[in-house]
Ligand binder design. Structure first.
Ligand SMILES: Cc1ncc(C[n+]2csc(CCOP(=O)(O)OP(=O)(O)O)c2C)c(N)n1
Ligand code: SF4
Ligand SMILES: [Mg+2]
Length: 441
């Protein structure tokens, strides 16, 4: 997208921020908007990740990509986004509460020097839940949870990330006139950048402590916390280092994910929804992965969704695969076109689907379960009389038989998917199961 000039990144659908009058959050968001305007960042390459709390409402007021998740986890989402695509500008907006709750993530992001910019909206308490004390509440302060005055020593967020290797660290207030420039410096820093921005929670911290704008800097000084730009370092940024250094160790460039090449043709007309219902530990997910990958090899879109209990080697295992010529926008299946039932554990999970299916759809089922199935769908019973199957090969064999029987795509595509990245002995076992599948339908 060609950006000529952007005069605001504010989402103009919203005329006002929803914060209490005088809340510092709006001030910082205005500074962020000014920084984005100065930088003229491509909105499509910019992601705002918000944490929970009043600050968590902020992403919707910007016309850029956004992600909002659990309390304390914003840095983890941001790290994942940056690792997946180092070309994105990833900006985290989180409160002092979220910074404490996600403290482990904070210090690891600094230690890894991952290239995200974290703005801590530090109003010295949990705003949204009623003004309880947080990790940054100054010693002696009155909050909803420290009615006799806070006994704890506040966390020095800046020193914490600095000692762990952050590239850019700044402490100031929401009232800093130069804040857009500091935010710009943070965003332009290749590595991890954090700005600890002190501000006012006018609903709680201000009335509880007769607090004010001038008290912000005084409190910093009393606590012995320095302000200004506190650290600038030029260390390798993780998402780029990962692609260069790690790739060279393995002798292959990984700057681009490897795509799956189309190698086969298929006549598949309409999107086809397939459920494979079996037992955990019975290679149900592997068979479903191969089914999906075979679709990709045949030029189709494919999705896979797995369900199994936490005890991964016992109980049921049910996988859903959709194959389609068109992009698949929803990957859930309530009414499958093909349902493959291979064990009682699998059968126990698909009662609703069996009930929903109609005459145009097909249930493939092992002989011992065939009689117990009530459905309007056409029933096709596998004939295992001539092929020996073991628990380990049942799912692959049944899926291969269905690929062959329905002509979803060429069986060679399924064979290629079953051997892709596999150990030689497992690939051999899989291919033998495909050969045996010929006799079961
Ligand atoms: C894991 C978890 N713990 C607690 C909460 C409850 N909670 C919601 S908002 C909030 C306080 C947020 O404070 P802060 O992060 O400083 O943001 P502010 O509201 O001050 O902007 C809390 C504790 C939660 N949502 N998730
Ligand atoms: S409760 Fe505090 S942090 Fe939340 S909007 Fe009101 S002033 Fe801002
Ligand atoms: Mg707060």
């Amino acid at each position: 997208m060609l950006i000529e000039s952007i005069s605001t990144y504010r989402n103009l659908d919203y005329k006002h921020y929803p914060f209490c009058p005088g809340c510092g959050h709006g001030l910082i968001l205005d500074h962020l908007n000014a920084a984005l305007v100065k930088l003229q960042l491509d909105p499509l390459k910019t992601v705002i990740v918000t944490d929970i709390g009043c600050v968590g409402m902020s992403d919707q007021y910007f016309s850029v990509n956004a992600f909002h998740g659990l309390h304390g986890r914003a840095i983890t989402y941001a790290s994942g986004i940056k690792m997946a695509n180092p070309n994105l500008n990833v900006i985290v907006l989180m409160g002092d509460g979220g910074t404490g709750i996600g403290g482990h993530h904070l210090l690891n992001a600094a230690r890894r020097n991952i290239g995200i910019t974290v703005l801590v909206f530090n109003n010295l308490n949990f705003g949204m839940t009623g003004g309880e004390h947080s990790v940054t509440t100054p010693h002696g302060s009155l909050t909803a949870s420290t009615r006799g005055g806070n006994l704890e020593r506040p966390l020095d967020i800046c020193a914490t990330v600095s000692v762990n290797g952050a590239s850019y660290v700044y402490r100031g207030t929401a009232f800093d006139k130069e804040l857009p420039d500091r935010i710009i410096e943070g965003v332009q820093t290749p590595g991890f950048a954090l700005l600890d921005l002190w501000e006012l929670c006018t609903a709680y911290f201000v009335p509880n402590n007769s607090f004010s704008k001038t008290a912000l800097m005084q409190t910093m000084q009393t606590a012995g916390l320095p302000s200004g730009i506190l650290q600038r370092m030029d260390n390798p940024e993780l998402s780029h280092a990962y692609r260069t250094e790690y790739a060279s160790l393995r002798g292959q460039p990984t700057s681009k994910p490897h795509g799956v090449e189309k190698q086969f043709d298929t006549a598949l007309g309409k999107p086809t929804r397939i459920i494979l219902a079996g037992a955990a530990g019975g290679k149900v997910r592997s068979a479903a992965s191969a089914l999906a990958l075979g679709g990709l090899y045949s030029g189709l879109w494919a999705t896979q969704r797995d369900d199994y209990p936490t005890t991964v080697m016992s109980g049921y295992s049910v996988s859903q695969v959709i194959l389609s010529r068109e992009e698949i926008l929803y990957m859930g299946i309530s009414k499958p076109d093909i349902l493959i039932i291979i064990t009682p554990e699998g059968l126990s999970q698909v009662a609703r689907e069996l009930k929903a299916m109609d005459e145009s759809q097909v249930v493939y089922v092992v002989p011992e379960l065939a009689d117990g199935i009530q459905t309007k769908a056409r029933k096709i019973v596998f004939n295992f009389a001539r092929a020996k199957s073991s628990r380990k090969t049942l799912a692959v064999m049944a899926t291969a038989a269905v690929v062959r029987h329905t002509g979803l795509y060429p069986l060679d595509a399924f064979r290629a998917a079953l051997t892709m990245g596999q150990r030689v002995d497992i690939a051999k076992e899989n291919l033998e199961a495909v050969e045996k599948s010929e006799s079961i339908l």
